[in-house]
Ligand binder design. Structure first.
Ligand code: NAD
Length: 417
């Protein structure tokens, strides 16, 4: 809804400007941060199963690397375009800075419809894409990860293709790999677990109780389903979930695992027993304590923000709220935990995975989750304090914190030559 009118890159630039102004950042640094450092556009030719040849547009965008190697997921979707990838790359720079891991920001994407492609077509496309962005990636340069419609299998193909070309195994070239190929314990759930830690903190800050607090989740993929499951396990009541086909609602509560099994069988959450069918827009507007948008960008816009009734929004997805909607939510007193904080658990455990790979080590799930908890709560508290100091909402506070960290690194390194 409203998506065609909103360019995510314009949103990202606007956010940078707001943070720069709050920080009184010098013109030169702002100008540098405005632009991605490197963009690679490729045309990926694939022989389809029926013998036809198709060419898919693909991108890898590297935004900024003062704090460390580039890091960011790869997305397969019919909506992928260069401006979207540029925005997502910039958000990765801020996300890594907010959660305070030593990475810069990047993102990749291929415009394709993965739902209409066979596994072998997806494998050929992935491998060819990797061969075409090969010079840009590497464990010390730029480390991809999963994003929409890519998963641990995709990462295994990337690892294999990169390693075949190099001539030796390089597990640290991607994160989000299967466990037996050097993946980290806890990676599958990490993004959602991070979101859950944030919601727990927000619940306390607002004087609410986690037990029985009601939650609606938009999107039932990796982030959405795991968030629903983890919240349910610790006593939250999931009252609505959705996927690309629509949503289901039951104020008495829904069992997320049963819905997951149902969706795997039927292809959608719709039709799950005892629930009312709702549209994705209706789902965003249900009365609840916490709303977790975990699907795609531009879902809460100026057209529907006024109807949102949640007390807390925890942005599992990247860019689900437009700047105009954000203003409306702030005026309504809705406590929004921004994407660069709320979904940073994924990249944090990606970082843990990479550290384990570089050290040929393997940590336990308890160890990973404890380290994640420490990082998430520390970052949440820093953002919360920043929001009090600057009298702003959490989004601006997170951006201010992130931009100040990146700017400090950039200025200390200096501009060469
Ligand atoms: P996914 O492909 O596993 O799931 C996406 C879900 O969104 C699916 O359930 C799909 O049906 C649903 N969806 C698609 N179009 C929709 C629409 N129009 N309305 C409602 N639902 C729709 O992807 P994911 O990894 O869960 O990513 C979801 C979001 O979270 C993306 O914005 C992604 O960038 C962000 N994110 C993901 C991670 C991660 O670790 N996977 C980390 C940080 C941020």
């Amino acid at each position: 809804m409203g998506k065609k009118h909103i360019n995510p890159y314009d949103v990202a630039i606007k956010q940078l400007e707001i943070a720069s102004e709050a920080l009184n950042l010098d013109q030169g640094t702002t100008e540098i941060l405005r632009h991605p450092k490197r963009i690679l556009s490729v045309s990926i030719p694939i022989k389809m199963d029926n013998g036809d040849i198709k060419v898919y547009p693909g991108y890898r965008v590297q935004h900024h690397d003062s704090r460390g190697p580039y890091k960011g997921g790869i997305r397969y979707s019919p909506d992928v375009n260069l401006d979207e990838v540029k925005a997502l790359a910039m958000w990765m720079t801020w996300k890594c800075a907010v959660i305070d891991i030593p990475y810069g920001g990047a993102k990749g994407g291929v415009r394709c419809n993965p739902k209409e492609m066979s596994l072998s077509e997806l494998e050929r496309m992935t491998r060819r894409y990797v061969s075409m962005i090969f010079p840009l990636i590497g464990p010390l340069i730029d480390i991809p990860a999963p994003d929409m419609y890519t998963d641990s299998q995709t990462m295994a193909w990337i690892l294999d293709t990169y390693s075949q070309i190099r001539g030796y195994k390089v597990p640290g070239v991607v994160t989000g790999k299967p466990l037996h190929l050097g993946g980290s314990e806890g990676r599958e759930e990490a993004t959602s677990l991070g979101t859950v830690f944030c919601i727990n903190e927000a619940i306390k800050d607002l004087g609410l109780k986690a037990k029985g607090a009601t939650v609606a989740v938009q999107g039932y993929g990796k982030v959405g389903w795991n968030a629903a499951k983890l919240l349910h396990e610790i006593g939250y009541k999931i009252i609505g979930v959705s996927d690309s086909k629509g949503g289901i609602y039951n104020p008495n509560g829904i069992n997320p695992l049963k819905v997951y099994e149902y969706k795997n069988k039927m292809g959608s959450v719709i039709g799950y027993e005892g629930c009312k069918t709702v549209t994705n827009q209706e789902l965003l507007e249900v009365e609840c304590d916490a709303l977790v948008p975990a699907a795609l960008e531009n879902q809460i816009t100026e057209n529907n923000a006024d109807n949102v009734k949640a007390k807390i929004i925890a942005e599992g997805a990247n860019g689900p709220t437009t700047p105009k909607a954000d203003q409306i939510l702030t005026e309504k007193g809705i406590f929004t935990i921004p994407d660069i904080l709320a979904n940073s658990g994924g990249v944090t455990v990606s970082y843990f995975e990479w550290v384990q790979n570089l050290n040929r080590d393997h940590w336990t799930k308890e160890d990973v989750n404890q380290r994640l908890k420490d990082k998430m709560i520390k970052a949440y508290r820093e953002v919360y304090r920043m929001s009090k100091k600057h009298q702003t909402n959490l989004r601006t506070a997170a951006l201010v914190l992130a931009v100040s960290r990146v700017a400090e690194s950039f200025k200390t390194l200096g501009l060469w030559p």
